[in-house]
Design a protein around this ligand. Structure first.
Ligand code: ADP
Ligand code: ZN
Length: 729
């Protein structure tokens, strides 16, 4: 990638964020333009954002070529960043503009500060209230003293811009120049960190040394929960900052963890820049520019922070690297963990993948010597790993309509009496996973999807967890009309909460579930309250497995460890192991020892045995052997091809048309499986059919797939989407 300069009147190839499959040529304006510059260009009647991608091709009518409208006053996109965008597009088989969009998610780029303005609430109130007006005012009252750009405000509250204009006309809102961006205060890497233990010190020294090399490398930092992985990798961050390079820490569920920001501040004296869905548009713009101008030294963010325009990235930390949420499942289907490694290799940066339960991919890369590996095997200080015990439900069977066995209940009771916290983990949202008529056997399903409706009793509705469709809980069976035999079957967290309330009426309980109708901010506050002791018994879905420390928690009860082992996916064992270990690791993080009780019908299952502290390396090796035998990742390459469309028959036909060309794949050394209904077989009224392509590790799969799908052109409203390295197989 070059950083060339294009003189006035030359042709520039501009990549826009519009869904086109190629760059467009424009004439370079007065003063010339650098390759990589951000520009505004005319496209039809509109002006759109673009980046000068190289010299123009000039392979069509020069007279029709229009000029670049403006060169924006923001830093040029550096060559490595352009390279990264191209490599991600190639790897994920996504058109370049879609990837460029990920890299330009900073609203109002290039607008001079003087021209931007925000709306603020005054003391005046409108003569007439409407629902929309009430919402605007309530929102601004809630965010007291804050100004919002009009477009942002309209979007956040869900009103049209004319509602805002009306309020402005009546003096309820005033227009003010947007404040200048707050500066990024310098972080001080020379402040002393915590006194490290021997193991921690050795780990930190190894990472510091790697960062000092100023070249690419990846280290798997495998450490049990509470071993101080965070303390250790913050040392690597300190080294990177001391080198004057930028650092990025990726976290899953960052919007919910204020704790981490506080730790960074305690370590380096100032807060890092934050990048996630909870950041306002103005905040995003500030961070994006701060990163591009090299003023923001450290960013803590969600997976999309990987696409920020770092000028000199020296270190990327991927914390909880095994977390499935690092894979983006719509739009550009990319794995932030894998793309972090790519990005670092282009930038001469180090990557640290931190986890107590690494992905099999990373484990295998370390095993093969591609990644360095550091192990932290003990919890820091007096904290010891929780004792883990299986509760065999064949010996202590559950009572009818009960999901907590007697031994688990008595352990909870002891904690409540001692003033300690318990966590009951059940990875099922809602009240009951199934509503069935006991008279005719009818199960209530979603009208749009191939999924059962889940009862949410708090909301008084049935919900589809695939598409979000809702309907009221019917008073009689929609099939046979019988009013008396509709029954909620199986437990969800809400139902578990009901049982807890019945059995422990004196205890304070809290439910933490990812579908709670709370804003990220309110949820974060609630989590902090609970960590501070506001509940005796916490009932949660997988959301509680991540990130946050609950210092008072000494007991974890896993309600149904067998849940994830059904279904027969190759990855099921790995996922179950990671999730239950992670949840169990929440117990006993402070001085008091923890206990994890795991309810299961199959305590002899290899996964359950590994969870309970069997030979972990042996477990990974057995998993690896299975994958190897199946030619599955990480030992083979895989792609999922999702064919979707409104009509089931035609969707399958389209998939079969692809399958008919399988000869091409076989010739290239790849194998085709399917078509079969996709893991989510129907969603929002669209049928989804999946094909799987497997190939040896050495094969460059993308060009083969590109030629293969090229030959089949879907009709309008039908789609073929390729998912390289799918999550489920
Ligand atoms: P992990 O990321 O491996 O789960 P953390 O880095 O969060 O572990 O450490 C767990 C807890 O132990 C935290 O509260 C942390 O502050 C504390 N801790 C870890 N190492 C040290 C140390 N060397 N000195 C003081 N406290 C430590
Ligand atoms: Zn649905």
């Amino acid at each position: 990638m070059t950083d060339a300069f294009l003189p006035e009147r030359a042709l520039a190839a501009v990549l826009t964020t519009q869904p086109l499959d190629r760059t467009l040529d424009y004439r370079v304006p007065e003063g010339g333009v650098r390759v990589g510059a951000f520009v505004a260009v005319p496209l039809g009647p509109r002006k759109v954002l673009g980046v000068v991608w190289g010299p123009g091709q000039g392979d069509y009518d020069r007279a029709k070529i229009r000029a670049i409208s403006a060169v924006l006053d923001v830093p040029v996109m550096p060559p490595v960043m352009r390279d990264f965008v191209e490599r991600v597009a190639d790897y994920t088989m996504t058109p370049l503009p879609a990837v460029l969009r990920l890299a330009t998610r900073a609203p109002g780029l290039g607008e001079p500060p003087g021209k931007r303005h925000v709306l603020r609430l005054t003391d005046a109130r409108p003569d007439r209230m409407t629902d929309a007006r009430t919402r605007v005012i309530a929102f601004l009252e809630e965010h007291e003293g804050m100004g919002f750009a009009p477009g942002e405000l309209a979007g956040l509250v869900g009103v049209t811009s004319s509602v805002l204009k009306g309020l402005e006309g009546q003096g309820v809102l005033v227009r003010e120049a947007a404040p200048r961006d707050a500066p990024f205060l310098p972080l001080d890497p020379s402040r002393p960190g915590k006194d490290l233990s021997g193991d921690q010190r050795r780990a930190a020294a190894q990472l510091r040394e790697a960062v000092r090399g100023r070249s690419y490398g990846t280290t798997l930092l495998k450490g049990v929960t509470g071993s101080g992985k965070t303390e250790v990798y913050l040392e690597a961050v300190a080294e990177c900052l001391a080198q004057g390079r930028q650092a990025l820490v990726l976290l899953p569920e960052i919007a919910l963890t204020g704790e981490f920001i506080a730790r960074v501040q305690a370590r380096f004296g100032q807060e890092p820049a934050e990048w996630h869905s909870g950041v306002t548009q103005a905040g995003r713009r500030r961070v994006w520019l701060g990163v591009a101008e090299g003023r923001a030294q450290l960013v803590v963010g969600a997976r999309s922070a990987l696409f920020l325009p770092f000028t000199d990235l020296g270190l990327v930390i991927v914390d909880e690297e095994h977390d499935p949420s690092y894979k983006q499942e719509d739009g550009v289907l990319y794995s932030a963990r894998d793309m972090a490694v790519l990005r670092a290799s282009l930038s001469g940066a180090q990557v640290v993948l931190a986890s107590a339960t690494p992905s099999l991919e990373s484990w295998a890369n370390a095993d093969a010597g591609k990644y360095a590996r550091i192990d932290l095997t003990e919890r820091f200080g007096a904290a010891v790993l929780p004792e883990m015990r299986a509760l065999d439900l064949r010996i202590d069977p559950l009572e009818r309509e009960s999901w907590i066995s007697e031994p688990l209940a008595s352990a909870v009771r002891q904690r409540v009496e001692a003033g300690e916290q318990s966590l009951l983990f059940l990875n099922r949202r809602g009240y009951a996973p199934l509503t069935m008529c006991r008279a005719c056997g009818h199960q209530i399903g979603c009208d749009q999807c191939d999924a059962r409706m889940v009862e949410h009793r708090f909301l008084g509705r049935l919900m589809c967890h695939q598409c979000g469709a809702q309907k009221p809980i019917p008073s009689e069976c929609p099939n046979c009309g019988n009013p008396d035999h509709l029954a909620a079957l199986g437990p969800g967290v809400e139902r578990l909460a009901e049982e807890v309330a019945r059995r422990f009426p004196e205890a304070r309980t809290a439910v933490l579930s990812s579908d709670m109708t709370m804003s990220a901010r309110a949820l974060k506050a609630r989590i902090e309250e609970i960590a501070g002791g506001a509940a005796d018994i916490v009932i949660g879905t997988q959301m509680v497995a991540k990130g946050h420390n609950f210092p008072l928690l000494t007991l974890v009860g896993v309600i149904d460890a067998d849940l994830g082992l059904q279904g027969g996916e190759l990855r099921a064992a790995e996922r179950t192991f990671q999730l239950i270990r992670q949840v169990a690791g929440r117990a006993g993080r402070a001085e008091k020892p923890g206990l994890a009780l795991i309810q299961t019908h199959q305590p002899e299952h290899p996964v359950i045995r590994a969870i309970l502290g069997g030979d972990e390396e042996a477990f990974w090796r057995a998993e690896a052997a299975q994958r190897q035998a199946a030619g599955a990742p990480p030992y083979g390459r895989m792609a999922g091809i999702i064919v979707s469309g409104p009509e089931e028959r035609e969707t399958f036909e389209l998939a079969r048309a692809l399958a008919a060309r399988a000869g091409m794949l076989t010739q290239a050394g790849a194998q085709l499986f399917g078509p079969a209904p996709a893991p989510i077989a129907r969603i929002r009224g669209r049928t989804r059919v999946r094909l799987l392509v497997k190939a040896a590790k050495g094969l460059a799969l993308q060009p083969v797939l590109a030629r293969w799908v090229e030959g089949v052109v879907p009709r309008a409203n039908y789609r073929i989407q390729i998912d390289i390295d799918p999550q489920s197989f």
